[in-house]
Design a protein around this ligand. Sequence first.
Ligand SMILES: Nc1ncnc2c1ncn2[C@@H]1O[C@H](COP(=O)(O)OP(=O)(O)OP(=O)(O)O)[C@@H](O)[C@H]1O
Length: 622
Amino acid sequence: MKTSAQMALEEMTLGVWRVLTETTLGLATRWRMFSSLIPTIHRFVSDVYTVGSGHLILIFLCKVWSSFEDVLLLYLSSKILTVIEVGLKEGKPDTTAVVIAVTARTLVVAISACVESWRARAASIMENRVTHHFAERIFSFHTSPPTAKLETDMPTSHGTIAAKDYNNEDASLSAQPVWENFMSVTEVAAIGLQAINPTYVRLQALRRLGDDQYRQDIISDNIGDYILQEYEDAQKGLEDVETDHPLILYDNHRSLLSSISLDIAGDLAMLFYAVNAIRNPDKFTLTTIAMLQHSESTLQRTFYRGIGEIREVTRGMNFMKRLYKICNLTNVIKDGVLKYPSTDQADTPEPLSSWHSFSPLRNVTFSYPGGEANAKALDNVTLSIKSGQLVVLVGANGSGKSTIVKLLVRLYDPTSGQVLVDSQDIQNYSLADLRAATASLTQDHHLYPLSLAENIGLGDSRRVADGDAITDAARRGGADGFVSKLKEGYATVLDPQTDWSTMHVKSSDGTPLAKEMEKLEKSTDISGTIKLVIADEGSSALDPQAEWELFKNLREHRKGKTIMVFVTHRFGHLTKHADIILCMKEGRLVESGTHEDLMKIPDGEYSKLYAIQAKAFDSATV
Ligand SMILES: Nc1ncnc2c1ncn2[C@@H]1O[C@H](COP(=O)(O)OP(=O)(O)OP(=O)(O)O)[C@@H](O)[C@H]1O
């Protein structure tokens, strides 16, 4: 079974287990895979070098020392033994030479201990730094160009499975193995395990019947003898099938070939000495025999370590390759250069006479990336509205209302057609400016697990510390009343670990304040210098009255300067007072006009939806 060039899997039965492992690859394949990783290794080492050059060099030198340590110790041991042997032969040991050789060996041992301690310390520091470095790359607040999760736009994250491999919460966890995989020599042999022997599986089930929880039933049902008999039968049925832990079985199974080759490799030292003994029999001494034994095990250990490290580096670098691939993602939504709003129109209310018609959407067709082929969420939609208007979008579920909102805030770009803002293609504007000037209350909006003040202030991050602006926004959103009753007021932090219904903010009787939360959400998005307010009310907990008040507040505050687009399912104040209602059906704009206009259309979509709601209301009140 092969899943990819990098990850070939093989299945085997070991004892009672089905084991899934990485295929043992041939040398040529291994080399090809390793050489394809060289650019990744180069990039990784450069990255690690930037986060701690000194420590990296230290670790490298320590590794070099460890590689030579065994050879050095072997050499010094042979020196000591030779001096002793010569001394024994001549009946007069060379004390000075023995002392020098022993001191040198002791020194090497002491240095090795220090080196190991420095290495461990440097490795621990580097593990931290590398983990944080890559966690940040994955989480990505600052990287430029935008590379990872936080800055990955909607189409890119939809379109790239790789990007979904990492989520924000797991960023640091994901980054942890970067260093570990690179440095560690721990081997994970089997990657999938499953007990497939039915007799073994039954035996396990029977064993569980010994648990206390079954005692009463087993006694009252009088089935003890039956279970015992079944247990014996299962035990016998297993015969000699191995039931050890699959990793042990895997190791035993695998080690046959590798231990033969490693044992032969270990015997190389003996071969070397044997050849030397034949060629120079005079030089064959007792020391040579002792060294022979010693070097055999050293050589074997070195081989084992070397093979293990190559395997781990390959595994680690494959992991890095995936990570770099994600870091190299470029966003589909390209940034523009035009400032928005231009400085002269930023905050001075336009006189009503300057209202002009504009088409925020012109012949727009849109399909979601990763959505069903040929499924059009919007089909050739052109909207014509006037600035300063209250625009209300209505339509059945799935008719495309939210999609319009998503295009207006440039979460996506249209598949064809144009989204226009102040007669300019929206793609020409700076994304940061556009988003700062847009207050969008979407169905998917969530409060951040931060303080209430931050939640409100982040409506315009430039004013996050502006207390007056925050309280003003809270007042307009209707949240000031309940926030001031909280013990910690605006400093109240919403708990990141809890879900909506258990957030810290509770009423005096302890019930969650969903409505207050909604008001807070509203406040979060009206704190900035806003040109466009979009409210997608699909899941709103605001009652129609509160919704209307919010709209009035906003309209008063912006005095005709702000365009307000409300998506609603409710026919009430909003639809009644809307300057224009846009009615959507199956991705198309089917009707537009005021409530009165639309109600006059015979068999119209709007009047049909209105009638359905009115009927539901009538029957509810009967
Ligand atoms: N992320 C997505 N991926 C794929 N298809 C989507 C996605 N979001 C919406 N769609 C599809 O696009 C179409 C329009 O959906 P949209 O959410 O815009 O409708 P809506 O009118 O806002 O519906 P609702 O009133 O239920 O919120 C629907 O067919 C929907 O299934």
